[in-house]
Write a protein of this length. Sequence first.
Length: 124
Amino acid sequence: MAKLTKDDILAYLDEATILELNDLVKSIEEKYGVSAAAPVAAAAAAPAEAADAAPKNVTVVMTAFGDSKVAVIKVVRTITGLGLVDAKKLVDAVPAEIKKDVPADEAEKIKKDLTDAGATVEFK
């Protein structure tokens, strides 16, 4: 395996997403038995910091509706509670915010439902 330089690592860190960086920190903590918590308040801050590492709330954004627009509209209606006309307008306006400030686990379920219907989804 080729040895990575500091510049290689810094270049990776510049391009990585927050979720990728969070996974990297967790992997380093597990492999080397260290903690990324501040040493002064490590005992009190560790549970709160672990919760802060992952985003608490995210916005679900549909970037494309794919081949099955009707199926995506049905899922959007279920998720948002909108009527048929409003759900169609939302789907036609991609990229569109489907749901704002939802917990990460709920956002994952929404993403799964939309991608199963053929849509492309991302979190912000």
